[in-house]
Design a binder for this molecule. Sequence first.
Ligand code: PFF
Length: 451
Amino acid sequence: MSRSTEQPRWSNQIGFILATTGAAVGLGNIWKFAYMAGTHGGSAFVLIYLLCVLLVGIPLMMGEMTLGRLGRSDAITSLQRLAQTHHAHPAWRYLGWLGAITLLCVLSFYSVVAGWSLCYWLKAATNSFYHVSTSHIQTLWSNLLNDPVQLMTYHALFMLMTVGVVAQGIQKGLEKAARMLMPALFIILIGLVIYSLNTPGAAQGIDFLFHFNLSNITPTIAISALGHAFFTLAVGAGCILVYGAYLPDQAPIARTVLVITALDVLVAILSGLAIFPLVFTYHLSPASGPGLMFETLPIIFSQMAAGRWFGSLFFMLLLFAAWTSSISLLEPWVALLVERFNFRRKPACYLMGGIAWILGLVTVLSFNHWSNFKPLLNATLFDLITDTTTNLLLPLGGLGFAWFAGHYIPEDALKKALNFKHVLSFKFFQFNLKYTVPLGILVIVLEALIK
Ligand code: PFF
């Protein structure tokens, strides 16, 4: 049980907003958003994604954060306390365990992909893409994926960066990193967008992202957009719950969540505006899938006049975004070990970083030695881990948090924590939390299971 000596806190509201925006803004907003928009018809995906964020993501984030603020501990202990206070079954604490397992799986592959960003940032900064042929760039990419030692090394370096920050604690680690990295991320992103929008493909890029045509929307697109909304907002695994547990008592959750989601969506849209105009300027395909960032973009950097600078800034952006998110994937485990198992923070960080690194080897090997090992649905282990966590575990966890917050936390307590200005907004939130969120989630989970 919890010994909860001294509950850590964010130093202020801005620190909290930056750290939680850092959790939300990550590879999902840049790497995943761009390739998914690219392969799922651009604007059709963007439109559904925005709707999902509004109707499902926002109420869920508010609900999950409130559970943390009221439970004031790691996810499992918080749920256990709240279940006791509000007469829910004690088995609700297993929802916290489900989240913890999800976070560990996400961290394991996330750190490998972030390692690619680190590797490509070094390549761009040392001008490795300058005036090289397209086939050379394709070879660089396949060489990286085929080389487990290189992949493990970058994965290890990135995990060390993550552990290094989390080990410093809430204010000196998580918050300080977010205060430095998030403003830098926005500055770099805006610079890249300005550059891209001044290239000849700008109009086509904008059209690709925003020319909404309802007839392009298919069920597959809708479901991918919903799954993506969970991933990008970091909801459904208890990470937001734990960040909420460090909030000061008076913080107005509703307003804070609106700011965080607005920033998260803004980063995704700006990344699209930085990437697609260039893709069209250089007559490349927007639909190249997960390799968009590591094959298509370097081809562009090799031909651009300012390719070295644009390329290094771009991968630095990706790296910063990934870093603040991986920190948020590790912190809930550290909170859990410290609160429930009496660990000290540093050993807890090393232990969980080490376990996540070892688990990440499954991802590493699924690109080379195990690339033909497709135990289920003709998918590699990497595909299985990413799909199961994004389309099944995060939504299921989200369903649990929404259900618990919507059905067990008394209306007065929710109202007080969320601090809505208007009754109507609270009613809208409550309706979505109780009905739209579970319905939306059920649809993705069923689809994922049928597939
Ligand atoms: N939101 C992060 C991204 O968009 O890359 C990923 C993520 C972080 C997912 C934390 C889940 C989580 F708990």
